[in-house]
Design a protein around this ligand. Structure first.
Ligand code: COS
Length: 389
């Protein structure tokens, strides 16, 4: 259900203040310490950020996609590690259960995910399975009223902190592709589940990823999401369709912030006797960035509204994710360029945000995977129009 205009405006204003007063001043500290301070995590919980997308009946804010995008335009302005702290609970770590879980699974997990008491994590990627998500090798073998999970998941965001994993594993070894995959809600304490050492990453310090290892990990049969085998791949794809809009919105926020940063620097910095903002070669970078960020914002809002209206927007979400993540990469690069030598120096944020932004083109489906999704649908539509299907 959509919020009334006044509540929506108040919420956005509160988030804007939080980003400006609490998140942005702590960016350097978070990058340095590779951790988000506890007091900020507490404030995020109090603001309801962990439950943005979870229904009010489960204690969340129950925002629709358009509202979630509007919030992410604001939250995306801060260094992306902050987003990562709550975003798995908003997206990939909760939506498998929210979209396809049984009533019992929803009642058991969604309230604690919404409050941030429980951190949710999405375990699809494996050492040998990344873009080809239907080839999941991890297995889940039914034994009486339990499943035994075996396999390794890789680069799993928030796994070191997670209390709950949505795990994609193959329940039917006879079926090699998507149809043999099922999704499970696995609690962190399950016997046989361990997590690896957090990886050292290019950017986004403060957000953590590591392996999740299953060795004869015993989970009750009720952990099967939706209670039906063979639906895990589709669950994962639906989760990612929504996740890609969320990522695109975050890219818009970060791009808009970096545009502000580059202008703030350019109106102060003087060369050849005047502010560098007056030079047309730099102005071209400002204008291109502004137009591209606006285009991405419009794509996200249009697609979010259509999703809220019940349309299947898988292709449009892929378009938005592809365009917005590539766009934020270009803006991050221009931001460094406008800052000149200072753009390469850690003390200025341009360098950090450049590294942070690089991930957007990779996770929740690379740009190349978005291209595959978009073009595949276009060919099917063309065949239909030509009467070839
Ligand atoms: N929503 C619902 N169902 C979907 C779907 C979607 N978005 N996309 C595919 N499916 C269904 C298909 O309809 C098909 O169902 P049927 O067998 O009943 O017809 C089934 O899932 C298999 O689909 P498809 O044949 O298209 O699967 P592919 O193996 O060709 O894979 C891509 C498709 C490449 C799109 C998929 O593997 C993918 O998204 N990979 C990237 C994964 C990713 O983002 N990883 C990042 C790490 S997770 S943070």
């Amino acid at each position: 259900m959509a919020l009334d205009q006044e509540t929506r405006a108040q919420l956005i204003a509160a988030i804007r203040r939080f980003v400006k007063e609490r998140l942005m001043p702590n960016e350097a500290r978070v990058a340095q310490e590779d951790a988000i301070p506890q007091e900020i995590l507490t404030e995020m919980r109090e603001l309801g950020l962990f439950g943005i997308s979870i229904g009010e009946e489960y204690g969340g804010l129950g925002l629709n996609m358009e509202e979630e995008a509007l919030l992410m335009f604001e939250l995306g302005r801060a260094a992306p590690a902050f987003r990562s702290a709550f975003a798995t609970n908003v997206g990939i770590g909760s939506q498998g259960i929210a979209l396809d879980g049984t009533e019992e699974q929803k009642a058991r997990y969604l309230p604690r995910l919404a409050s941030g008491e429980l951190i949710g994590s999405f375990a699809l990627t494996e050492p040998d399975v990344g873009s080809d998500a239907a080839s999941v090798r991890a297995t889940a073998r039914r034994e009486g009223d339990h499943y035994l999970l075996n396999g390794t998941k890789r680069f799993i965001t928030n796994a070191p902190q997670a209390g709950l994993f949505t795990v994609m594993a193959r329940t039917d070894p006879q079926r090699p592709g998507a149809a043999g995959v099922s999704a499970f809600a696995v609690e962190a304490g399950a016997p046989g589940l361990t997590t690896g050492t957090p990886e050292r990453k290019m950017g986004q310090q403060g957000a953590h990823i590591c392996d999740v290892i299953f060795e004869d990990c015993r989970v009750p049969a009720e952990a099967l999401i939706g209670g039906v085998e063979g639906r895990g791949f589709k669950t994962a794809m639906k989760v990612l369709d929504k996740g890609r809009l969320h990522i695109a919105a975050s890219c818009v926020g970060l791009a808009e912030r970096m545009i502000d940063d580059m202008l703030a620097y350019a109106v102060e910095r003087r060369q050849f006797g005047r502010p560098i903002a007056e030079f047309q070669l730099l102005q071209a970078m400002f204008a291109d960035s502004r137009a591209e960020a606006l285009a991405a914002r419009a794509m996200v809002l249009e697609t979010s509204r259509r999703r809220d209206a019940g349309e299947d927007v898988g292709v449009e979400a892929a378009c938005a994710k592809m365009f917005a993540s590539e766009m934020v990469g270009r803006v991050a690069d221009r931001n460094v360029q406008v800052h000149g030598g200072a753009g390469y120096i850690r003390e200025y944020r341009a360098e950090q945000l450049f590294r942070d932004a690089r991930l957007f083109r990779i996770y929740e489906g690379t740009t190349q995977i978005q291209q595959v999704i978009i073009a595949k649908a276009m060919v099917v539509e063309a065949r239909e129009r030509a009467g070839l299907l």
